[in-house]
Ligand binder design. Structure first.
Ligand SMILES: [Zn+2]
Ligand SMILES: [Zn+2]
Length: 168
């Protein structure tokens, strides 16, 4: 599994049986319409891109979490400076932590074998805001060290119940 876990936007390209390109927006059954190359309309293009970047684009997901947590480490409660690059907040001192570690995805029954499963794994687990929090670098290191030490316990107690359902 790659570290970024991005579902590439081109994976959402759809075609009918004749090979004609359908609008990329999930649930839309229209063909693409000029001047759009991947969508039937401006609305579908806007809607899909919003959904895509909100859920699958890590820089954006992380930026949302930093903002939600007010750029404050959720363990030591220290506040750190941040800046914006290309509309996304970033900070030299802050990192975005997976509360239930990413590496446990298989244990939780998540898969990366099909687009449907990738979308599910990412929206329910990897990029689920309920499973993400802002930590400073030092606290993040501490948490990671602690996890590696107690890996055995995690393996024992891990089941799907740990994931807090996400409202979409
Ligand atoms: Zn459409
Ligand atoms: Zn901290």
């Amino acid at each position: 599994m790659s570290t970024r876990n991005i579902v590439y936007i081109r994976e959402f390209d759809r075609f009918d049986k004749m090979g004609n390109t359908l609008c990329r927006n999930t649930g839309c059954q229209n063909f693409i319409k000029y001047p759009f190359r991947k969508y039937c309309s401006k609305e579908c293009s806007k809607q899909f891109e919003k959904w895509y970047y909100h859920n699958f684009y890590w820089d954006r997901v992380r930026s949302d979490i930093f903002k939600r947590d007010n750029y404050t480490c959720q363990i030591c409660k220290k506040n750190y400076p941040y800046s914006y690059r290309k509309k996304f907040a970033r900070s030299r001192r802050l990192e975005c932590d997976h509360i239930i570690p990413r590496s446990l995805y298989k244990k939780l029954g998540y898969k990366f074998d099909s687009l449907e499963n990738k979308v599910k794994t990412i929206t329910e687990f990897l990029h689920n805001p309920n499973n993400l929090r802002t930590l400073c670098r030092d606290c993040h290191k501490g948490v990671t060290r602690e996890f590696l030490r107690s890996k055995q316990d995690w393996n024992m107690q891990t089941d799907r119940q740990l994931i807090i359902p996400r409202e979409i």
